[in-house]
Design a protein around this ligand. Structure first.
Ligand code: PMM
Length: 284
């Protein structure tokens, strides 16, 4: 398994896909909004994710669901800092899911081991210069614009080549800012300015993304395209709580392909799927 450089030793030593457990400390994320909004509940959730086998806990304080408005920086900081601080103090590897350099900086200072920016450094002009000053790895996700308008940006000539080209441009921007690309994982941003068929086209052609030469992170867990796949006979998408097994199937297939990481809400089954994939692929 090729990991991005700069991860804690125990993660860098894993010869399998990394399982990132999602911890949204928000009142309004589409998938788990409001459930771990209180810091005490969020910290307990972090423990549960760790005990279920998460390698990294990805903490986010700002919802990116379609239509979500930005929140003030102070609110984001108030949501994530106590949770990052508590989990890091217990030696749990934490990544920070933020589009703000200031939030990333505070969390990295506290000990977060990865910066996950869904905008790939586009939302905050300070993000790339910040990333150039630290040694932790980062995730650059494919992103076309803020959540308020992203659905209107789901227009592609050829989604696979357009996403690859736009991610390549982000890699150039990161490199130009002084970020060592060995520290960068990429993510196609399933559901971000993408409709159902766009997501499947990307998953069908992971080789195209792989040709960019960077480790790949995928976040399919509970997303709408899985709900639509599993729609009832009247065409109603399968509710969130019924999408887990489909997400685990994505984990199994993606890990067998060789993605670096999967970002999931319920960790245990994905972790098992990753172990199956490792055995299936054989030693790497
Ligand atoms: N999806 C969400 C939030 N952060 N980060 C990365 N790298 N990739 C994703 O696909 C991604 C993300 C939104 O989903 P959630 O509400 O389930 O966290």
């Amino acid at each position: 398994m090729r990991h991005p450089d700069g991860l804690p030793r125990e993660i860098a030593a894993l010869d399998r896909t990394v399982v990132m457990g999602i911890l949204n400390v928000t009142p309004d994320s589409f998938s788990d909004g409001g459930r771990w909004h209180d810091p005490g509940d969020a910290i307990k959730r972090g423990h549960l994710l760790r005990d279920s086998g998460a390698d990294i806990i990805d903490i986010g304080g700002e919802s990116t669901r379609p239509g979500a408005e930005r929140i003030p920086e102070a609110d984001e900081i108030a949501r994530v800092i106590p949770v990052v601080e508590a989990l890091v103090a217990e030696g749990i590897p934490v990544s920070i899911d933020t589009m703000r350099a200031s939030v990333a900086a505070q969390c990295v200072t506290l000990g977060a081991c990865l910066v996950n920016d869904v905008s790939g450094g586009q939302a905050d002009p300070e993000m790339l210069p910040f990333l150039a000053t630290v040694s932790v790895p980062c995730v650059a996700m494919h992103w076309r614009g803020p959540s308020t308008i992203m659905q209107s940006l789901a227009v592609y000539d050829d989604v696979v080549s357009d996403v690859c080209r736009e991610l390549e441009q982000r890699l150039h921007a990161l490199e130009a800012a002084g970020v060592d690309l060995k520290r960068v994982a990429i993510d196609p941003g399933l559901g971000f300015a993408k409709d159902t068929e766009h997501n499947w086209a990307i998953l069908r052609d992971l080789d195209a993304l792989g040709a960019l030469g960077q480790p790949i992170l995928l976040g399919a867990s509970r997303k709408r395209f899985l709900g639509e796949l599993l729609a009832d006979p009247d065409g109603q998408p399968r509710p969130l709580e019924g999408r887990e097994a489909a997400g685990d199937a994505v984990t199994a297939l993606a890990a067998t392909w060789g993605v670096w990481g999967v970002r999931v809400h319920e960790v245990a089954a994905s972790r098992d799927a990753v172990m199956v994939a490792r055995a299936w692929r054989g030693p790497s």
